[in-house]
Design a protein around this ligand. Structure first.
Ligand SMILES: Nc1ncnc2c1ncn2[C@@H]1O[C@H](COP(=O)(O)OP(=O)(O)O)[C@@H](O)[C@H]1O
Ligand SMILES: [Mg+2]
Length: 591
């Protein structure tokens, strides 16, 4: 609870004046609202009972003035609430988003995108609801309650004692249902998050689902998940309805007792008719306030769940910036110089799950400006090596050195500037071709972009487009084929021009002509870049300076193609298999 308060206060602090004005207006509105029944009681005693008509206009004027002031306060509350919620929630979302961008790889892998979206949307909104409606509302409710009690006690002590005794009993009894509803609510919110994430992923893979004829299965799974949530919601609703009916029953009982006491007191001349009118109005007010306190406490419980869910995102581990980050100015100068590009792994061990090591004691060294091919069966850890080099994940044991310096000692942003990676499924963003090419980088000259497009054989294509580099691609824009997308992503890496470039199966979606163009570009780049090429096609692999063969978490071969054919059994086997397969294809037996 303490952490939650600290967390909310941290974000609320810059907006404290807005919150203070809002709270003061709420307090004034509550006080003025509670004066109105007293004026009515006064009116009854003065005008109706004592037949003092001259006081009528006077009392009505006071009533009007108090009412107008009350409405003015509520107007200020409404305006301040809108203004504060917009800016306050914006701050939380902005901070949250910037943190998500710095999440560790392990965190990103276990994150459901739909759930995260619902945390950033619904749950963040709930923080404002918690402050303005529930917490400030509770303050207003307690003020109402306090003023009502003072008035009732002043009118008659027995009426006061009855109200004071009956209210906490009612609150205590109604709290029995409180804990149960809270835990059920948490479960439902979690399930809803998982469902929206699942739906999000399904929508992304619609085309594949159609091709697999899986629409029926997907629909039934969708219904199953929704029915499960609906059942849970009905269960929660049942608990809430039971709580509500139970509370109403107790309240009606209490009201009847109040009526009886009032009747006896009027008969004994201990209470005026005006006093009874005011007391009933205040008692009714106590009841509605009590109901409101109850529902606010209930909804605070779901606000707390939302708060927990946001704090979970804030607690997720972030990537360390590296020691240099602490001393930015000095380092910045040095960072500007690019590294030469050597990579060395020393006894590296790594696992995603403790049960299975991906790498065990992996060691090898790559010289600057070498062109290295990495081969191995699927799932052997080729992409994992890329993740470790870029520090998406950190090694469990051993060290990775880039230019002789442990990568843990680099500023992480600097390290990633030195390594350009193209994945098989890299993303094209909704935006212009220019945006997609220089994405996340400072302004580049257009001629550099055109040069990069030439290197991936897209120059003529983009040049023929009416808007050239400004052509919008992605949703609602130009639709690129898989191969074109891949080439744009490769061009993006060329534009980034890092000293180390990694291509992780990035040419597998290309036709052989485009692949030839990329291979030529690699020849050019290889002169002053370290290239790591993860590929399956032997035409791509055999021209490398050296080839690393991965097997069972180790590098079982490292050398030139001819050497490895002789010395590395795995490499020999992989090569023979593919030659056999391509011969078979050529002879027409399989295609
Ligand atoms: N984010 C992850 N969480 C858990 N296991 C993973 C993750 N990514 C990959 N793996 C596992 O690690 C192993 C190596 O994967 P990967 O490096 O992608 O193989 P490759 O690129 O050689 O095909 C595989 O067994 C894979 O299932
Ligand atoms: Mg891979």
């Amino acid at each position: 609870m303490k952490e939650k308060i600290k967390f909310v206060l941290k974000f609320a602090k810059p907006h404290k004046w807005k919150f203070i004005i809002m709270l003061l207006s709420i307090i004034l509105a509550s006080i003025t609202l509670m004066i109105l029944p007293f004026i009515i009681g006064w009116l009854v005693d003065e005008v109706l009972n004592a037949q003092n008509m001259s006081r009528f206009i006077y009392i009505v004027r006071i009533y009007g003035a108090v009412y107008i002031f009350n409405q003015a306060m509520y107007t200020i509350v409404n305006i301040m609430e809108k203004v504060t919620s917009t800016t306050f929630l914006f701050d939380i979302r902005a901070e949250l988003y910037s943190r998500i961008l710095r999440f560790r790889g392990s965190c990103l892998a276990s994150m459901y995108s739909g759930d995260t979206i619902s945390r950033m949307g619904y749950d963040v909104d709930q923080i404002m609801t918690m402050i303005s409606i529930n917490l400030f509302g509770l303050v207003s409710n307690f003020i109402n309650m306090f003023i009502a009690l003072v008035f009732i006690y002043c009118a008659n002590i027995w009426m006061g004692v009855f109200t004071t005794v009956s209210t906490p009993v009612i609150i205590y009894v109604s709290r029995i249902f409180f804990g149960k509803a809270k835990s059920e609510n948490t479960r439902i919110i979690k399930r809803k998050g998982i469902l929206s994430s699942w739906t999000f992923e399904i929508l992304g893979g619609m085309q594949e689902i159609k091709l697999l004829h899986a629409s029926k299965q997907i629909l039934s799974e969708f219904l199953r998940r929704n029915i499960e949530i609906a059942r849970m919601s009905i269960g929660l609703n049942r608990i809430e309805v039971k709580a509500e009916r139970f509370n109403t029953g107790i309240l009606v009982l209490a009201q009847m007792c109040m009526f009886t006491i009032a009747a006896l007191l009027v008969k004994a001349n201990q209470l005026t008719i005006g006093g009874v009118t005011a007391c009933f109005a205040y008692y009714t007010n106590c009841i509605t306030t009590f109901n409101s306190i109850n529902s606010k406490i209930l909804s605070l419980s779901s606000n707390m769940v939302s708060c927990d869910r946001i704090m979970e995102l804030f607690d997720a581990p972030l990537e360390e910036e590296g020691p240099e980050h602490l001393n930015k100015h000095k380092i910045l100068k040095r960072n500007r110089e690019q590294i030469a590009g050597s990579i060395e792994l020393k006894n590296v061990s790594f696992y995603y799950n403790e049960e299975r090591n991906v790498f065990k004691d992996l060691s090898f060294r790559i010289n600057p400006c070498e062109k290295i091919a990495i081969v191995g069966n699927s799932g052997v850890g080729k992409s994992t090596l890329v993740n470790l080099l870029c520090r998406i994940y950190d090694v469990n044991d051993g060290n990775i050195f880039v230019d002789g310096k442990d990568i843990m000692e680099y500023d992480i942003k600097y390290l990633r500037e030195q390594i350009g990676v193209v994945h098989q499924n890299s993303v094209i963003y909704n935006g212009s071709i220019r945006f997609n090419l220089q994405f996340a980088w400072d302004k580049f000259q257009d001629d550099l972009l055109w040069e990069a497009l030439k290197m991936v054989d897209l120059y003529d294509f983009v040049n023929s487009l009416e808007d050239g580099l400004d052509t919008i691609v992605g949703t609602g824009g130009l639709y690129f084929s898989g191969g074109q997308k891949q080439r744009i992503v490769i061009a993006r890496a060329f534009v980034k021009n890092s000293p180390i470039m990694i291509f992780d199966e990035s040419t597998s979606a290309l036709d052989s002509e485009s692949e030839m163009t990329i291979k030529k570009s690699w020849e050019l780049l290889g002169k002053n870049h370290t290239l790591l090429i993860i590929a399956h096609r032997w035409s791509t692999i055999i021209n490398s300076d050296r080839i690393i063969v991965f097997e069972d978490g180790k590098a079982t071969g490292f050398g030139r193609h001819e050497e490895l054919l002789e010395t590395c059994g795995t490499y020999n086997k992989l090569f023979r298999e593919q030659v056999w397969y391509s011969n078979l294809s050529k002879s027409g037996e399989i295609i």
